[in-house]
Design a protein around this ligand. Structure first.
Ligand code: FMN
Length: 195
């Protein structure tokens, strides 16, 4: 299986980097072809240019290359911190620019004649790892866990791609032992979900 890991954290050495590295190594050890896209390190430009609203526009080569990476993936792993109950802007920009109509999805109709999005990707599964400091119960009670809705229903779910998510928290209070346990859990979940 070809797996694309998309990582959105600005600091090398972050716990998010550790998750991406551990999951990537575990999947590679199982024989999967892993492509890790570290959005900050690669300098991904999240700004959506006006011309990109035109379906037939000529895509900048770097954007076309990013789309090719996603189109090659049988599975996608997303890794990012919770920033104001959302993904960092660089990852939102990646989604806006890479999930293009006519490329990543098309519009179709269900049996009731209602408009739906139909995936044009090879991606069969998505796995999302997030990190935060707010206790999970509070995130759910106060805000309804927006990241869960976003990834499972608004993005991958809207394209019909089954999605699992695991949030690790509170990172700020975690010990090295706790983080090691989380990394083990992340790799196990990746193997169970994607292997
Ligand atoms: C701009 C910004 C916004 C943040 N917003 C939230 C938030 O809304 N909820 C929360 O629990 N943590 C929030 N945090 C804390 C991060 O989620 C936390 O630092 C990160 O998950 C820790 O992972 P790391 O060690 O890999 O950086 C925010 C941090 C930053 C820098």
């Amino acid at each position: 299986m070809r797996v694309l890991i998309v990582l959105a954290h600005p600091r090398l050495g972050s716990f998010n980097h550790a998750i991406a590295a551990a999951v990537g190594a575990a999947l590679a050890a199982e024989g999967h072809a892993v492509d890790t896209c570290d959005l900050y390190a690669e300098g991904f430009d999240p700004l959506f240019a006006a011309d990109e609203l035109n379906r037939d526009c000529e895509l900048p080569p770097r954007l076309a290359a990013e789309i090719d990476r996603l189109k090659a993936a049988d599975a996608v792993v997303i890794v990012h911190p919770n920033w104001w109950s959302q993904a960092p802007a660089i990852l939102k920009g990646w989604l806006d620019r890479v999930l293009r109509v006519g490329v990543a999805y098309r519009f179709g109709a269900n049996e009731k004649g209602e408009g739906v999005m139909v995936s044009l990707l090879n991606t069969q599964k998505a796995l999302v790892f997030t990190t935060s400091n707010t206790p999970q119960a509070a995130e759910q009670a106060l805000y309804g866990d927006p990241l869960d809705t976003y990834w499972k229903r608004c993005v991958w779910g809207a394209l019909g791609i089954p999605t699992q998510r695991r949030n690790f928290e509170p990172v700020i209070l975690s010990t090295p032992d706790q983080r090691a346990t989380w990394l083990t859990e992340a790799t196990q979940l990746a193997r169970e979900t994607l292997c």
